[in-house]
Design a protein around this ligand. Structure first.
Ligand SMILES: [Zn+2]
Ligand SMILES: [Zn+2]
Length: 427
């Protein structure tokens, strides 16, 4: 069982008196106090490196903290260990005869699930196990994935979700120091940040899907490496959008990395790979196809032939050479940078504009110019393409879709005082 120290809970009689020591005398920074009504406590977190102290003051005489103070006086109350899979952890402890206070995990703060181990089994210490919420980002509340619908002139745009994956934070944020990126995208105990995967449906004369998520062909080792969270996946999103795979006429690839093209193919019951969307024509850029099928050491880990070779074998693949119109109102534009032939998708209808930014601006924090993933093959090309894309998006009020953002589907880019930010769009 792998566990990381999340925080140490300290029962105090008087929070402001405790702050006189922890904040003023020790000089530690404190977070805003939090009232946990269900537990009848007021909690104040004091970050210390990767862990925190949690000062706990009772708000009612019958609260567990009040009873603890009566019995034992102020002091160490509990230690919280963070685990990846709390169900598995409890099963493991039970099998070793450890006495548990909670036989089953129960909901904790910020979407986490928690369970307490009895102090009699832990040599006098009350231990709390905690599995963070869906995104394993203790500081950030994770909204559940959902489809979001937008109308753009004559077109309907539906942002779907293929769940979440985790990627090394250094890879995702390039030259940005961890102190900066971890403030907006906290890392887990393996230094990974959570990313969404948000394929986009464009419905007009025909029905198109742009990118298709990770798919479900990965084995347990792959799912562990990338922290794959498929509790909600593209199958469910399509069903929620009242679409069947047969309804898709066109599958358009921004590029062929596994987190975008993984969902292009599925394994049938006999183990054979086939296109996931049986009636669709799949469209990719020829240069990207050439790169994906002739890899080198810098890009090999991103391409998995199982995701795209079966398309060529099934005769459903169309390769395009230039910035062409794919269907009325929808055209592609090469950006390069991330991969040599990475492309974004520009959508126009009724005088309104939208864009699918793919990995040019993977999350809304990447609108800041210097925030470019270290995994981009040509970061200076990304910089130039991003500058042009962003200036155009601001000038024309383009609704920008962020494929990898863990919390929002789309938004408008704004600039104030030299800072760029994204105003989330309501569907
Ligand atoms: Zn990519
Ligand atoms: Zn990607």
């Amino acid at each position: 069982m792998k566990a990381v120290l999340d925080h140490i809970g300290i029962a105090v009689k008087d929070l402001s008196a405790a702050l006189a020591f922890y904040r003023d005398a020790l000089g530690l920074e404190v977070e805003a106090p939090e009232e946990v009504t269900s537990q009848q406590v007021r909690a104040q977190f004091v970050p210390v490196g990767d862990s925190k102290l949690e000062l706990l003051e009772a708000t009612a005489p019958q609260s567990a903290i009040a009873r603890y103070l009566d019995k034992r006086g102020p002091g160490l109350h509990h230690i919280t260990l963070r685990v990846d899979d709390i169900g598995a952890a409890l099963g493991h402890l039970r099998s070793r005869g450890v006495r548990l206070i909670d036989e089953h995990p129960r909901p904790g703060a910020e979407d986490s699930t928690i369970a307490f181990i009895h102090p009699s089994s832990a040599h006098g210490v009350l231990i709390e196990l905690k599995q963070p919420g869906i995104a394993n980002q203790p500081a950030v509340r994770q909204p559940p994935p959902a489809i979001s619908r937008f109308t753009l002139g004559e077109l309907e745009l539906i942002s779907l979700s293929d769940g979440f994956l985790r990627m090394d934070g250094g890879l995702m944020f390039g030259i940005v120091p961890k102190a900066q990126w971890s403030a907006v995208s906290p890392a887990d105990d393996r230094n990974r940040v959570t990313l969404g995967m948000r394929p986009l449906i464009v419905r007009g004369a025909r029905t198109m899907i742009i990118d298709a998520g990770l798919g479900g062909k990965g084995d347990a080792a792959f799912d562990d490496t990338f922290g794959v969270d498929h509790r909600y996946d593209l199958d469910r999103a399509l069903a929620d959008a009242r679409l069947a795979p047969e309804d898709i006429d066109i599958v358009l690839a921004s590029h062929l990395h596994f987190d975008h093209a993984g969902g292009f193919t599925v394994r049938d019951p006999s183990g054979r790979l086939r296109p996931r969307f049986p009636r669709a024509q799949y469209i990719a850029r020829r240069g990207e196809w050439e790169d994906a099928t002739h890899v080198h050491s810098q890009n090999a880990a991103r391409y998995q032939p199982d995701n795209f070779q079966p398309l060529a074998e099934a005769g459903v693949l169309q390769l395009v050479d230039d910035d062409v119109t794919i269907m009325p109102g929808v055209r592609v534009k090469r950006t390069g940078g991330h991969s040599t032939h990475h492309q974004v998708v520009l959508i126009e209808s009724g005088g309104k504009s939208a864009a699918f930014a793919a990995d040019l601006i993977p999350t809304m924090s990447h609108v800041t110019e210097s925030w470019i993933p270290a995994l981009d093959l040509y970061p200076m090309d990304t910089l130039a393409a991003k500058r042009a894309f962003t200036e155009d998006a601001m000038a024309r009020e383009v609704l920008v879709f962020f494929y990898h953002d863990p919390s929002i589907a789309a938004g408008y880019i704004r600039e104030a005082g030299g800072d760029r930010r994204v105003i989330p769009a309501l569907s």
